[in-house]
Ligand binder design. Structure first.
Ligand SMILES: [Zn+2]
Ligand SMILES: [Zn+2]
Length: 299
């Protein structure tokens, strides 16, 4: 069959938004998204998501400006909750005097630990707001940040753990190629009561550690990727009360739409793939996912 038979030209456009999936019968939350990096308005994204049963989103900030925006957006929309943080790749940029998204004109610090402290103070202020339900994404990223950024990442991560605990908010972990150090630092600092590994990237053995510690594991669209059997193995053994679903949109679009723009309305695609891995009905899984996300973020 010719590649374009039966499809509109738009369907075949590798950059086009994927089609709407069939709605979930039981509504769920997208536990981690970046609406500020997606096309269209917040209202459009929320309406599209709600039309397929994705009725709640956690909007995650990665820098000062993004965290302020997340808090403002959550204040304006009952179905949006905010998480605020300096991303692990942002912390070294601040220390080295090159921060993205510093919105206070004329107040851009020159770098160093003082600049990081000043940025953390703003995260601390935002974390106290009632619509801010999480502190993150924070953690360690050894993929994008080299050895010269490690100290800043770690200092920032430890500070975020302290902020999350002091305000009683969920901690949202970004862990890329840094499993052992993330788990160690959590242990050294003492993890907050509610800790979420966003875009869970460990194997089944690490899922066992997370299960023992009571850490939530949030699975993204990459759980559908052909080369991600380790993630499916982890999902298969994760306790049902610790599993979440997310898009991390606009990134990590699930198969078969890999490479196209991701958005919260595509959560059902990932939920169905997850239900198949766990051998459960999608309504049963969706019921658990909805309850787990509400518990993790205390909304
Ligand atoms: Zn992340
Ligand atoms: Zn993210």
């Amino acid at each position: 069959m010719p590649s374009n038979a039966g499809h509109s030209p738009r369907d075949d456009d590798k950059l086009a938004a994927p089609p709407l999936p069939a709605p979930l019968q039981v509504p769920v939350a997208d536990s981690h998204t970046h609406l500020d990096m997606q096309s269209g308005t917040v209202e459009e994204a929320l309406a599209k998501a709600a039309s397929v049963g994705v009725t709640t989103v956690v909007q995650v900030g990665c820098d000062i400006k993004g965290s302020q925006w997340a808090a403002e957006t959550a204040a304006a929309h009952a179905d949006v909750h905010a998480a605020v943080a300096l991303h692990p790749n942002e912390a070294p940029r601040i220390v080295h005097g090159d921060p993205d998204g510093w919105s206070r004109q004329g107040a851009r610090p020159a770098g160093g630990d003082a600049a990081l402290d000043e940025a953390l103070a703003e995260i601390d202020r935002l974390a106290a707001l009632p619509q801010v339900k999480g502190v993150g994404e924070t953690g360690l990223d050894y993929f994008r940040t080299g050895p010269e950024g490690k100290a800043a990442q770690e200092r920032s991560f430890r500070a975020h753990i302290e902020i999350a605990k002091r305000h009683g908010k969920a901690l949202v972990i970004h862990d890329r190629d840094a499993h052992a150090d993330v788990l160690r630092i959590l242990k050294e600092e003492g993890a907050p009561e509610r800790t979420v590994f966003h875009c869970y990237s460990g194997d089944a053995e690490m899922a066992g550690i997370c299960a023992r510690e009571g850490y939530f594991m949030s699975f993204a669209g990459n759980v559908t990727f052909k080369n991600a059997q380790n993630l499916r193995d982890a999902l298969a053994v994760a306790p049902p009360d610790l599993v979440l679903v997310e898009t991390d949109a606009p990134f990590l679009t699930p198969a078969p739409y890999r490479g196209r723009p991701n958005a919260p309305y595509l959560v059902p695609v990932t939920v169905r793939a997850m239900a198949a891995v766990r051998g459960v009905d999608e309504d049963v899984l969706a019921t658990a996912l909805a309850a787990n996300t509400a518990r993790a973020f205390d909304y």
